[in-house]
Design a protein around this ligand. Structure first.
Ligand SMILES: [Zn+2]
Ligand SMILES: [Zn+2]
Length: 289
């Protein structure tokens, strides 16, 4: 088979699961996605009601009938695997267990999680705690196929994960290396000071990632433009091409053959209708050519 650049990219959006998890698939399919991301439980709660067999079945049936090839779930926002607070740690671990169980039940291969925040306790110890807790979760789910993808962050507050070295050190502390990887978000990269706009900046960002973390660890990506300037450490997603990264950076990404096998979803602002999503997807697809 002749490979045509870009034609097989798995590309789509974070889709709302309002009204039932299967609706995320329906929304994604309607938009023309080949990859989607969703929350498998309320993203502002520690726990949700356990999934029913009916929900699981509806999800799998909708997926099988759709053009979507890859699904990633995003862990809720309360989880902090770097916490020193015993109650928050316990809640975070219970929440993660539910996230992993849900993903396993739904056959979702990638679970994206932010590494957490050290809240002034220092980065090195916090990174060790994150790795230890991931080890516990991986140990408990030995035999599961899913991969936990630790997301690089913008570095707001005391968030870990805004340096490639953080991601490297977390992965280095994990014993089940093939079950842990990295998710890179373009808006977060840019906020963290990793430029993507010019060909030379783009190249040096990826050279740094390959040298420090290693490309094999990159499992998924989030494609978002950003409202804020390079190195701002502030996370404000913007429509593709309308922000500080601009079309030049996304053109380089979409034409980068080394990324063609990496599933990519946008977490761009949603509008009242599908129109903004459609525009973002059309723009990305047009940049491949
Ligand atoms: Zn995220
Ligand atoms: Zn993201």
């Amino acid at each position: 088979m002749i490979f045509v650049a870009g034609s097989q990219r798995l590309l789509g959006f974070h889709c709302s699961a309002a009204g039932g998890l299967a609706n995320a698939i329906r929304r994604g399919a309607k938009l023309g996605c080949t990859a989607i991301q969703l929350f498998t439980k309320n993203n502002n709660r520690w726990l949700g009601p356990p999934l029913t067999l009916k929900e699981i079945d509806a999800f799998r049936t909708a997926w099988a009938a759709s053009p979507i090839r890859c699904i990633m779930s995003h862990v809720g926002y309360l989880v902090n695997l770097a916490s020193t607070d015993p109650a928050i740690t316990e809640h975070s671990m219970e929440s993660m267990r539910m996230e992993l169980q849900n993903a396993q039940a739904l056959d979702i291969p990638y679970v994206v999680v932010h590494p957490g925040a050290h809240k002034g306790e220092g980065e090195a110890m916090a990174i060790r705690r994150v790795a230890e807790r991931l080890n516990i979760l991986l140990e408990e789910t030995v035999g599961d196929q899913l991969v936990i993808a630790v997301e690089g962050t913008a570095g707001q507050g005391s968030s870990l994960g805004h340096r490639f070295e953080h991601l490297r050190d977390i992965l280095a502390g994990v014993r089940y290396g093939d079950r842990v990887g990295v998710c890179l978000d373009t808006a977060h990269l840019f906020a963290a000071g990793y430029d993507l706009r010019s060909a030379s900046a783009y190249r040096s960002t990826w050279e740094a990632f390959d040298r420090i973390v290693g490309r094999a660890a990159l499992r998924t990506m989030h494609l978002n433009d950003t409202k804020r300037e390079l190195g701002s450490r502030v996370d404000r997603h913007e429509h593709i091409g309308k922000g500080a990264i601009g079309l030049s950076g996304f053109r380089l990404l979409m034409r980068d053959l080394s990324l063609r096998a990496v599933p990519m979803v946008m977490e761009t602002p949603k509008g009242k209708t599908d129109a903004v999503d459609r525009r973002n997807l059309t723009i990305l697809q047009s940049l491949v050519k």
